[in-house]
Design a protein around this ligand. Structure first.
Ligand code: BES
Ligand code: MN
Length: 457
């Protein structure tokens, strides 16, 4: 079996930035590397070409009565800019203080490696392990998985035969306290474009007569929240799922420190909706965020104009049971309804992804028909994490999104067991990303135990 840390270094060397076509060749090389890696575990590999970046599918078949686990990961990474903020090259992996630095180390090559290495070691130790395994490694997670969705539809018959999905692409609060993620937020993305006069105007000649698009846009944007940070759109919260008592108990065990959180992000106060701590707000509530805003003169000095255009980029994070399409409609309607006369307002829709919730076994709201093998995987994860990390995991919802997980549920009927293998200090999507190598090693042991336990059932 390969050395997982050395393999991870090789993996990181590939600059698999999915969003930028300048990296197309690197994407192809990464795909081939990932395919080779899966093949080296003794699985058969199929590279599935798509309109975008291909999917690497690895299969270990077996008797149809054997349990069948799908293992998900993504081989694409976020862009590495700005390069000047990296202390070492983003695609030149470096080991330092028990961490491996490089773009994608934590999101998602390292956590994914935990499962790849676990399968490799397990099959070496137990070549006859009665377990069917299918790896799905996609190259488009960071751009919203556009090709994986149709792929799930096309392969529905085969893939829905599986019992559950196992993955690691979520957060744990520290190397001592692991989390099994039981909820993901969904996301919708839109851009509001406001157009006023047919070109920038001299504000001395026309200012005061013509509605300023930047003013109109900011008025619309400002109307979308109340003072206590509630989204001020009728119906926005209608479908928000209740939070169960057991979930609040789990979060209480996390014991988040608000002062520490303030220092971490560099703010002097939080702005969560009334009645919610910041830790609750990011897990339990939907948001409407302005990701960027522009229009008019942006250069040095000043310019006396009434600009022609303004835009705002907006995303909403959604929570269980909100429907992305419904929220798109509500937000679009609110924006258009609030558009004043004198400017033209358009809403352009981008990606969407549904939120996801799963209930582990033994909770008051566990579905009565929860499949036995799914329940077993959760129980095995609990036991494995307790043994390997020395402390039982918390079962928490997460604020981030992996939209394909909800699609897997809706198209294949499969739930996901998500073991959080990256940490707050890993710098996801930021310069100097890294992976804790202790967590990686423990993650391998946890994954092996879960797979072994599944094979027994
Ligand atoms: N691995 C992350 C999701 C994540 C982030 C989970 C933080 C837990 C904590 C994933 O790769 C990601 O970044 N997802 C995007 C999805 C978006 C592009 C649709 C996200 O959450 O912004
Ligand atoms: Mn990820």
């Amino acid at each position: 079996m390969f050395d997982p840390v050395e393999k991870l270094k090789e993996y990181i060397r590939f600059a698999s930035v999915s969003t930028d076509s300048a990296f197309k060749e690197q994407m192809e090389l990464t795909r081939d590397f990932a395919a080779g890696l899966v093949e080296s575990l003794g699985l058969s590999v199929e590279i599935v070409d798509t309109k975008g970046h291909p999917i690497v599918l690895g299969r270990r078949g077996g008797d149809p009565s054997w349990p069948h686990v799908l293992i998900y990961g993504h081989y694409d990474v976020q862009p590495a800019d700005p390069p000047e903020l990296w202390e070492t090259g983003p695609f030149e992996p470096i080991e330092k203080d028990g961490r491996l630095f490089g773009r994608g180390a934590a999101d998602n090559k390292g956590p994914q490696m935990a499962h790849l290495a676990a399968v490799g070691q397990l099959l070496e130790e137990q070549p006859d392990l009665p377990l069917r395994i299918t790896f799905i490694l996609e190259g488009e997670e960071e751009i919203g998985s556009p090709s994986l969705r149709p792929f799930l539809q096309e392969r529905r018959a085969e893939l829905s035969e599986a019992d559950l999905v196992l993955l690691s692409d979520t957060l744990s609060p520290s190397a001592e306290q692991m989390v099994v993620t039981v909820g993901l937020r969904g996301v919708i993305e839109l851009e509001v474009r406001v157009t006023g006069p047919n070109g920038d105007l001299h504000s001395g000649l026309h200012g005061g007569a013509v509605y300023n698009p930047v003013q109109a846009l900011t008025e619309i944007c400002a109307s979308l929240h109340t003072a206590d940070n509630r989204v001020d759109i009728a119906g926005f919260y209608d479908d928000v799922a209740e939070v169960e008592d057991w979930e609040r108990d789990e979060l209480a065990k996390l014991g988040g420190d608000e002062e520490q959180y303030k220092t971490l992000v560099g703010v002097d106060a939080f702005h969560a909706m009334e009645g919610y701590t910041p830790f609750e707000a990011v897990r339990y509530l939907p948001t409407l965020e302005f990701n960027g805003i522009g229009g008019g003169y942006q250069g040095e000095g000043s310019k006396t104009i009434v600009p022609s255009k303004a835009f705002a980029k907006i995303t909403c994070r959604l929570v269980g049971n909100q429907d992305p399409e419904t929220i798109f409609d509500l937000v679009e309607k609110a924006v258009l309804d609030r558009a004043p006369q004198g400017v033209r307002v358009e809403v352009k829709r981008g990606h969407k992804g549904a939120p996801y919730l799963v209930v582990p076994p033994g909770r008051p709201n566990t579905p009565g028909d929860q499949p036995e093998r799914l329940a077993r995987a959760f129980t095995a994860a609990d036991a494995a994490i307790s043994q390997v990390f020395g402390r039982p995991p918390l079962f928490l919802r997460e604020g981030g999104s992996i939209p394909i997980i909800a699609d897997i549920k809706s198209t294949l009927g499969l739930d996901s067991v998500m073991i959080g293998l990256f940490l707050p200090e890993d710098n996801l999507h930021a310069p100097n990303e890294s992976m804790d190598l202790g967590v990686l090693e423990n993650g391998i042991q946890v994954s092996k135990r879960i797979l072994e336990s599944l094979a027994k059932g």
